[in-house]
Design a protein around this ligand. Structure first.
Ligand SMILES: [Mg+2]
Length: 348
Protein backbone atom coordinates (compact mmCIF):
# COMPACT_ATOMS: atom_id res chain seq x y z
CA UNK A 1 0.00 0.00 0.00
CA UNK A 2 1.12 3.50 -0.83
CA UNK A 3 2.51 5.76 1.86
CA UNK A 4 0.63 8.70 3.28
CA UNK A 5 2.42 11.49 5.07
CA UNK A 6 0.52 13.96 7.24
CA UNK A 7 1.99 17.07 8.78
CA UNK A 8 0.72 18.61 11.99
CA UNK A 9 2.03 21.85 13.41
CA UNK A 10 2.41 22.30 17.16
CA UNK A 11 3.53 25.05 19.49
CA UNK A 12 5.31 23.96 22.68
CA UNK A 13 5.66 26.26 25.67
CA UNK A 14 8.83 26.56 27.73
CA UNK A 15 8.51 26.15 31.49
CA UNK A 16 11.07 28.94 31.78
CA UNK A 17 12.04 31.24 28.92
CA UNK A 18 15.04 29.58 27.22
CA UNK A 19 17.99 31.83 26.46
CA UNK A 20 20.02 30.75 23.42
CA UNK A 21 22.75 32.39 21.39
CA UNK A 22 19.98 34.02 19.35
CA UNK A 23 17.81 35.48 22.05
CA UNK A 24 15.16 34.25 24.41
CA UNK A 25 12.42 31.83 23.42
CA UNK A 26 9.13 31.43 25.29
CA UNK A 27 7.56 29.05 22.80
CA UNK A 28 8.71 26.69 20.12
CA UNK A 29 7.03 25.71 16.87
CA UNK A 30 7.53 22.16 15.61
CA UNK A 31 6.09 20.07 12.81
CA UNK A 32 5.24 16.42 13.40
CA UNK A 33 5.29 14.20 10.34
CA UNK A 34 3.15 11.08 10.49
CA UNK A 35 4.07 8.47 7.92
CA UNK A 36 1.56 5.68 7.34
CA UNK A 37 1.87 2.71 5.03
CA UNK A 38 -1.58 1.37 5.77
CA UNK A 39 -0.36 -1.05 8.43
CA UNK A 40 1.59 1.17 10.80
CA UNK A 41 2.06 4.86 11.53
CA UNK A 42 5.43 6.38 12.44
CA UNK A 43 6.06 9.85 13.78
CA UNK A 44 9.03 12.17 13.47
CA UNK A 45 9.75 15.71 14.62
CA UNK A 46 10.89 18.60 12.44
CA UNK A 47 12.14 21.31 14.79
CA UNK A 48 13.99 24.19 13.11
CA UNK A 49 15.44 26.84 15.40
CA UNK A 50 14.40 30.35 14.48
CA UNK A 51 17.32 32.46 13.18
CA UNK A 52 19.76 29.59 13.67
CA UNK A 53 18.78 26.65 11.45
CA UNK A 54 19.73 26.88 7.80
CA UNK A 55 16.19 25.72 7.03
CA UNK A 56 14.29 28.07 9.34
CA UNK A 57 11.56 29.88 7.38
CA UNK A 58 8.22 31.58 7.86
CA UNK A 59 5.85 28.89 9.18
CA UNK A 60 3.69 28.91 6.05
CA UNK A 61 6.71 28.59 3.77
CA UNK A 62 8.27 25.87 5.94
CA UNK A 63 5.05 23.93 5.79
CA UNK A 64 4.94 24.20 2.01
CA UNK A 65 8.55 23.08 1.49
CA UNK A 66 8.10 20.20 3.93
CA UNK A 67 4.88 19.21 2.14
CA UNK A 68 6.83 19.01 -1.12
CA UNK A 69 9.28 16.51 0.38
CA UNK A 70 6.43 14.55 1.96
CA UNK A 71 4.78 14.32 -1.49
CA UNK A 72 7.98 12.80 -2.84
CA UNK A 73 7.99 10.24 -0.02
CA UNK A 74 4.38 9.39 -0.87
CA UNK A 75 5.22 8.96 -4.56
CA UNK A 76 8.44 6.96 -4.22
CA UNK A 77 8.31 5.42 -0.76
CA UNK A 78 11.82 6.84 -0.18
CA UNK A 79 13.29 9.94 1.43
CA UNK A 80 14.92 12.17 -1.24
CA UNK A 81 18.15 12.38 0.77
CA UNK A 82 20.32 14.31 -1.67
CA UNK A 83 17.65 16.93 -2.30
CA UNK A 84 17.18 17.33 1.45
CA UNK A 85 20.81 18.04 2.36
CA UNK A 86 20.08 21.72 2.98
CA UNK A 87 16.91 20.98 4.99
CA UNK A 88 18.29 19.20 8.07
CA UNK A 89 15.30 19.66 10.39
CA UNK A 90 12.88 18.32 7.75
CA UNK A 91 15.21 15.43 6.92
CA UNK A 92 15.61 14.49 10.58
CA UNK A 93 11.82 14.39 11.04
CA UNK A 94 11.25 12.21 7.99
CA UNK A 95 14.16 9.90 8.88
CA UNK A 96 12.66 9.39 12.34
CA UNK A 97 9.14 8.78 11.04
CA UNK A 98 10.27 6.27 8.40
CA UNK A 99 12.31 4.33 10.98
CA UNK A 100 9.38 4.42 13.38
CA UNK A 101 7.06 2.84 10.78
CA UNK A 102 9.58 0.08 10.11
CA UNK A 103 10.08 -0.59 13.81
CA UNK A 104 6.35 -0.86 14.43
CA UNK A 105 5.85 -3.22 11.51
CA UNK A 106 8.68 -5.42 12.73
CA UNK A 107 6.92 -5.57 16.08
CA UNK A 108 9.71 -3.80 17.91
CA UNK A 109 7.70 -0.74 18.79
CA UNK A 110 9.75 2.28 19.71
CA UNK A 111 13.11 0.70 18.88
CA UNK A 112 14.51 2.77 16.03
CA UNK A 113 18.02 1.36 16.40
CA UNK A 114 18.44 -2.00 18.08
CA UNK A 115 20.94 -1.03 20.78
CA UNK A 116 21.18 -1.75 24.53
CA UNK A 117 20.05 1.86 25.13
CA UNK A 118 16.95 1.53 22.92
CA UNK A 119 16.10 -1.77 24.62
CA UNK A 120 16.27 -0.04 28.00
CA UNK A 121 19.30 -2.01 29.16
CA UNK A 122 21.85 0.79 29.25
CA UNK A 123 21.83 4.53 29.92
CA UNK A 124 23.73 7.25 28.07
CA UNK A 125 25.91 9.51 30.21
CA UNK A 126 24.97 13.15 29.70
CA UNK A 127 26.21 16.51 30.86
CA UNK A 128 24.31 18.81 33.18
CA UNK A 129 23.67 22.37 32.08
CA UNK A 130 24.18 25.28 34.46
CA UNK A 131 22.90 28.67 33.39
CA UNK A 132 24.93 31.76 34.23
CA UNK A 133 23.89 33.65 37.30
CA UNK A 134 25.54 35.28 40.27
CA UNK A 135 28.14 33.45 42.37
CA UNK A 136 25.75 32.05 44.93
CA UNK A 137 23.18 30.95 42.37
CA UNK A 138 25.79 29.22 40.26
CA UNK A 139 27.53 27.43 43.10
CA UNK A 140 24.14 26.29 44.32
CA UNK A 141 23.17 25.05 40.85
CA UNK A 142 26.50 23.22 40.61
CA UNK A 143 25.88 21.59 43.99
CA UNK A 144 22.45 20.50 42.82
CA UNK A 145 23.84 18.95 39.65
CA UNK A 146 26.53 17.07 41.56
CA UNK A 147 24.00 15.86 44.09
CA UNK A 148 21.89 14.51 41.22
CA UNK A 149 24.94 12.56 40.08
CA UNK A 150 26.33 14.67 37.22
CA UNK A 151 30.09 14.50 36.68
CA UNK A 152 30.19 16.70 33.60
CA UNK A 153 28.69 20.16 33.62
CA UNK A 154 28.40 22.65 30.80
CA UNK A 155 28.45 26.39 31.43
CA UNK A 156 27.43 29.09 28.99
CA UNK A 157 29.97 31.91 28.80
CA UNK A 158 30.40 35.00 26.66
CA UNK A 159 27.13 36.51 27.80
CA UNK A 160 27.98 38.61 30.87
CA UNK A 161 31.12 40.54 31.79
CA UNK A 162 34.17 38.34 31.13
CA UNK A 163 36.00 39.13 34.39
CA UNK A 164 32.91 38.06 36.26
CA UNK A 165 32.64 34.85 34.26
CA UNK A 166 36.32 34.08 34.80
CA UNK A 167 35.89 34.65 38.50
CA UNK A 168 32.90 32.31 38.55
CA UNK A 169 34.84 29.56 36.82
CA UNK A 170 37.67 30.10 39.29
CA UNK A 171 35.36 29.84 42.27
CA UNK A 172 33.67 26.75 40.86
CA UNK A 173 37.10 25.16 40.46
CA UNK A 174 38.12 26.16 43.98
CA UNK A 175 35.04 24.38 45.24
CA UNK A 176 34.98 21.38 42.83
CA UNK A 177 38.17 19.76 41.57
CA UNK A 178 38.50 18.36 38.08
CA UNK A 179 38.32 14.87 39.58
CA UNK A 180 34.83 15.71 40.79
CA UNK A 181 33.51 17.51 37.74
CA UNK A 182 34.45 17.90 34.11
CA UNK A 183 33.72 21.47 33.02
CA UNK A 184 32.72 22.22 29.47
CA UNK A 185 32.15 25.77 28.28
CA UNK A 186 30.05 27.11 25.44
CA UNK A 187 30.66 30.66 24.23
CA UNK A 188 28.14 30.51 21.35
CA UNK A 189 30.39 32.81 19.33
CA UNK A 190 30.45 35.39 22.12
CA UNK A 191 34.16 36.34 22.08
CA UNK A 192 35.58 38.99 19.74
CA UNK A 193 38.31 37.61 17.47
CA UNK A 194 40.92 40.06 18.78
CA UNK A 195 40.37 39.08 22.41
CA UNK A 196 39.47 35.39 22.07
CA UNK A 197 42.94 33.89 22.48
CA UNK A 198 43.64 35.97 25.57
CA UNK A 199 40.35 34.84 27.11
CA UNK A 200 40.99 31.19 26.25
CA UNK A 201 44.41 31.43 27.88
CA UNK A 202 42.89 32.83 31.05
CA UNK A 203 40.17 30.18 31.13
CA UNK A 204 42.66 27.38 30.51
CA UNK A 205 44.03 27.80 34.05
CA UNK A 206 40.97 26.02 35.41
CA UNK A 207 41.21 22.54 33.86
CA UNK A 208 38.44 23.07 31.32
CA UNK A 209 37.57 20.11 29.08
CA UNK A 210 36.65 22.21 26.04
CA UNK A 211 34.96 25.37 24.83
CA UNK A 212 32.35 25.44 22.07
CA UNK A 213 32.44 28.07 19.38
CA UNK A 214 34.56 30.81 21.04
CA UNK A 215 34.05 33.19 18.09
CA UNK A 216 31.24 33.53 15.55
CA UNK A 217 31.19 31.08 12.66
CA UNK A 218 32.49 31.78 9.15
CA UNK A 219 35.85 33.19 10.26
CA UNK A 220 37.84 30.12 9.28
CA UNK A 221 41.32 31.65 9.26
CA UNK A 222 40.79 33.13 12.70
CA UNK A 223 39.19 29.97 14.08
CA UNK A 224 42.05 27.88 12.64
CA UNK A 225 44.55 30.14 14.39
CA UNK A 226 42.67 29.80 17.68
CA UNK A 227 42.61 26.01 17.33
CA UNK A 228 46.37 26.08 16.73
CA UNK A 229 47.22 28.47 19.55
CA UNK A 230 44.61 27.88 22.23
CA UNK A 231 45.70 25.87 25.26
CA UNK A 232 42.01 25.07 25.73
CA UNK A 233 40.52 22.48 23.30
CA UNK A 234 37.99 24.00 20.91
CA UNK A 235 34.75 22.36 19.76
CA UNK A 236 32.84 23.62 16.71
CA UNK A 237 29.07 23.83 16.83
CA UNK A 238 27.42 26.72 14.94
CA UNK A 239 30.32 26.48 12.46
CA UNK A 240 28.81 23.27 11.05
CA UNK A 241 25.45 24.84 10.19
CA UNK A 242 24.80 25.02 6.47
CA UNK A 243 27.78 22.88 5.44
CA UNK A 244 26.05 19.91 3.86
CA UNK A 245 28.33 18.59 1.12
CA UNK A 246 30.75 15.84 2.27
CA UNK A 247 33.74 17.41 0.50
CA UNK A 248 32.98 20.78 2.04
CA UNK A 249 32.77 19.16 5.48
CA UNK A 250 36.19 17.59 5.08
CA UNK A 251 37.68 20.79 3.71
CA UNK A 252 36.41 22.86 6.62
CA UNK A 253 37.71 20.39 9.20
CA UNK A 254 41.10 20.24 7.48
CA UNK A 255 41.40 24.01 7.48
CA UNK A 256 40.19 24.70 11.01
CA UNK A 257 41.40 21.48 12.70
CA UNK A 258 39.23 21.70 15.83
CA UNK A 259 39.68 19.15 18.63
CA UNK A 260 35.96 18.31 18.67
CA UNK A 261 32.72 18.89 16.80
CA UNK A 262 29.30 19.00 18.47
CA UNK A 263 26.50 17.43 16.43
CA UNK A 264 22.81 18.24 16.42
CA UNK A 265 20.78 16.21 13.93
CA UNK A 266 18.07 18.90 13.55
CA UNK A 267 20.71 21.47 12.59
CA UNK A 268 23.58 19.49 11.13
CA UNK A 269 22.19 17.36 8.34
CA UNK A 270 19.75 15.00 10.01
CA UNK A 271 20.99 11.56 11.00
CA UNK A 272 22.54 11.01 7.57
CA UNK A 273 24.49 14.26 7.73
CA UNK A 274 25.64 13.72 11.31
CA UNK A 275 26.84 10.22 10.48
CA UNK A 276 28.93 11.73 7.68
CA UNK A 277 30.30 14.42 10.01
CA UNK A 278 31.28 11.81 12.61
CA UNK A 279 33.04 9.59 10.07
CA UNK A 280 34.91 12.43 8.40
CA UNK A 281 35.92 13.88 11.78
CA UNK A 282 37.16 10.47 12.93
CA UNK A 283 39.26 10.21 9.77
CA UNK A 284 40.79 13.58 10.59
CA UNK A 285 41.48 12.67 14.22
CA UNK A 286 38.70 14.90 15.56
CA UNK A 287 36.39 13.79 18.36
CA UNK A 288 32.65 14.42 18.54
CA UNK A 289 29.58 14.20 20.69
CA UNK A 290 25.89 14.66 20.02
CA UNK A 291 23.46 17.08 21.58
CA UNK A 292 19.79 17.82 21.26
CA UNK A 293 18.60 21.29 20.24
CA UNK A 294 15.41 22.07 22.14
CA UNK A 295 13.39 19.31 20.48
CA UNK A 296 10.37 17.71 22.15
CA UNK A 297 10.67 14.15 23.49
CA UNK A 298 9.95 12.72 20.01
CA UNK A 299 13.12 14.29 18.64
CA UNK A 300 15.14 13.72 21.82
CA UNK A 301 14.26 10.02 21.79
CA UNK A 302 15.41 9.63 18.18
CA UNK A 303 18.62 11.61 18.80
CA UNK A 304 19.47 9.52 21.85
CA UNK A 305 18.87 6.24 20.03
CA UNK A 306 20.91 7.48 17.09
CA UNK A 307 23.67 8.42 19.50
CA UNK A 308 23.72 4.91 20.98
CA UNK A 309 23.91 3.49 17.46
CA UNK A 310 26.72 5.65 16.05
CA UNK A 311 29.00 5.51 19.07
CA UNK A 312 28.06 2.00 20.18
CA UNK A 313 30.44 0.51 22.73
CA UNK A 314 32.74 3.50 22.32
CA UNK A 315 30.30 5.92 23.88
CA UNK A 316 32.59 7.28 26.55
CA UNK A 317 32.11 11.02 26.37
CA UNK A 318 29.07 12.53 28.05
CA UNK A 319 26.49 13.65 25.49
CA UNK A 320 24.27 16.75 25.56
CA UNK A 321 20.89 15.09 25.83
CA UNK A 322 19.56 16.54 29.03
CA UNK A 323 17.10 19.04 27.65
CA UNK A 324 14.01 16.85 27.81
CA UNK A 325 12.11 18.54 30.59
CA UNK A 326 11.83 21.98 29.09
CA UNK A 327 8.22 22.24 28.02
CA UNK A 328 4.95 22.43 29.93
CA UNK A 329 3.26 20.55 27.08
CA UNK A 330 5.94 18.08 25.98
CA UNK A 331 4.91 14.92 24.15
CA UNK A 332 5.11 11.96 26.57
CA UNK A 333 7.82 9.39 25.84
CA UNK A 334 9.37 6.76 28.13
CA UNK A 335 12.56 8.79 28.66
CA UNK A 336 14.00 9.53 32.07
CA UNK A 337 17.16 10.86 33.60
CA UNK A 338 18.59 8.72 36.41
CA UNK A 339 21.74 10.10 37.99
CA UNK A 340 23.77 11.43 35.08
CA UNK A 341 22.32 9.07 32.51
CA UNK A 342 19.43 9.23 30.10
CA UNK A 343 17.41 6.01 29.98
CA UNK A 344 14.49 4.58 28.07
CA UNK A 345 12.27 3.08 30.74
CA UNK A 346 11.34 -0.51 30.08
CA UNK A 347 7.99 -0.76 31.79
CA UNK A 348 5.97 1.74 29.87
MG1 LIG B 1 26.91 24.99 21.49
Amino acid sequence: MAMKVNISERVLHFKQPAGTSRGVYTERRIWLVNVSDGEAVGVGECAPLLDLSCDAMEPAVYNKVLRGFCDQVEQTGEIPYEEMRDYPSMLFGLETAMMDVRSKKADRKGILFDTPFARGEQGITINGLVWMGNHEEMLQRMEEKLKLGFRCVKLKVGAIDFDQELDLVKRIRERFSYHEVELRLDANGGFRPDEALYKLELLSQYAIHSIEQPIKQKQWAMMAELCRESPLPIALDEELIGISDPDAKRQMLRIIKPRYIVLKPSLHGGMMGCREWIEIAKDEGIGSWITSALESNIGLNAIAQFCSEVYGENIKMPQGLGTGQLFTDNIPMPLEIRGDKLWISKNS
